[in-house]
Design a protein around this ligand. Structure first.
Ligand code: S3P
Length: 170
């Protein structure tokens, strides 16, 4: 498989950039959160009723299923997907590539200040975001084949930068 996986913090623009790939390239684009919601309902409800571990199980199942599709896909994964070794192993298997959308904490904070959909950010947004950022930044950088900085760029510009980088490592 030669799938492309988009990773990064909540609010880094993974879904928006994936949508650009959809209309510019007519690629097969998937979003793991969307797949989970369409099959199991709202993510905040899943966390509330069954807990984070259950959500992570479903997330891994979805990543496996998408990776096994017969054609190459562009897959945006939830911000916490890199926390499981199994997910990283799948995302790094065969000819797959992982693209990290790196975004400054201040930008994420600004984008997410009115968000109510992400269970891990409920409560003190700044504190929670800081914690996730501190825990995950090195992991994102460590697993990525490509790192694209997104601050101040439009989704189209980010798309162009990713495309250029991907051509460079083919
Ligand atoms: C999560 C991020 C969310 C979603 C879930 C858990 C996380 O996706 O998968 O709420 O652990 O960071 P986004 O990264 O698209 O917000």
């Amino acid at each position: 498989m030669n799938n492309r996986f988009l990773i990064g913090m909540p609010g880094c623009g993974k879904s928006t950039v994936a949508a650009v790939f959809d209309w510019k390239y007519d690629e097969q684009v998937y979003d793991t959160d969307d797949c989970i919601v369409s099959k199991h309902g709202e993510i905040s409800k899943i966390f509330e009723e069954y807990g984070e571990e259950y959500f992570r199980e479903i997330e891994t199942e979805v990543i496996k299923q998408l990776n096994d599709i017969e054609y190459d896909c562009f897959i945006s994964v939830g911000g916490g997907a890199v926390l499981r070794e199994e997910n990283v192993r799948i995302m790094k298997s065969d000819g797959n590539k992982i693209i990290y959308l790196r975004t400054k904490l201040s930008t994420l904070e600004e984008r997410l200040k009115n968000d109510t959909t992400r269970p891990l950010l409920k409560g003190d947004l700044k504190k929670r975001l800081n914690k996730l950022f501190a825990e995950r930044s090195a992991i994102y950088e460590g697993v990525a084949d490509i790192i694209v900085d997104t601050d101040g760029l439009t989704p189209e510009q980010i798309f162009e930068n990713i495309s250029t980088e991907l051509r460079g490592i083919k």
